[in-house]
Ligand binder design. Sequence first.
Ligand SMILES: [Zn+2]
Length: 294
Amino acid sequence: MRREKRGRKIIVWAAIACAGVIAVLITVNLLSGSEEPEPEPVHEPTEAELMDVTGISLAGRKIIVDAGHGGFDAGCTGVDGRLEKEVNLEIAQRLQTRLIAEGAEVIMTRTSDDALAPSKEEDMDLRKQIITDSNADAFVSIHQNQYEEDPEKQGPQVFYAYHGTAGKTLALAVQDMMNYQLEIAEPRMALDVPYDVLIPGSQPSCTVECGFFSNPEEEARLQTPEYQEEIVDAIVSGIKLYYKRTGAGTEILEAPSGSTSTLPSLGSPAPSGTITAQATATVAILGGSASPAS
Ligand SMILES: [Zn+2]
């Protein structure tokens, strides 16, 4: 009788203990199951490093700016119907203007809506040819991102080809600056995705996906001149950060003819709509149509 009671007691305690363990396991499972997958770690530069690129000169640097897509190839379509190729060109031309104001030489892969060739393959071949022939110091391709499965996704993301390359260093610098200057709440990380245009040439190359066209709020923001200027400002600062980190940006390669004197200071919004005749005249246009952008 007593042994039976003790046996029952043990069974009751064992049951309570089991229930406890199961409850803990369920809680842990529920918690981890309800969360997003762990985000990849973000490169964390110091604020002091990001704030101080003012001493870095881009004078005499040759930089290729590629407005992604064009013509028959519209790229992705925003939730309100805006075509990626159009916004890519707007941002690329603003970047062209800013870089020229910094004393850089800019090579545009396209300056109008036209593609470089009638087929995607030929178009890409011509872009790659421009990159190879340019012997440039850097290559930046402008695109917009899309992820229809999750319209909440937002923020700029920079891509490079292959670990251990100068392109990765450039992409990390541009990503860091965009995250910092655009005050991105959930910063993204630069990723190794070897797009075709990132391979040719010996210069560091990166593709900047400025934001998500699948996010209605961000798509609207990406079309405003003010935000486009902020993006361009961040990309320019990112290129300077690359030269700061690689120790190659302090010397003036070629004295700019007064082109930097009217520059807005870094971090302050640059005037919008600043595609100037001087900028167009200075730029080398290779391939594609050389007609002025509308
Ligand atoms: Zn694109």
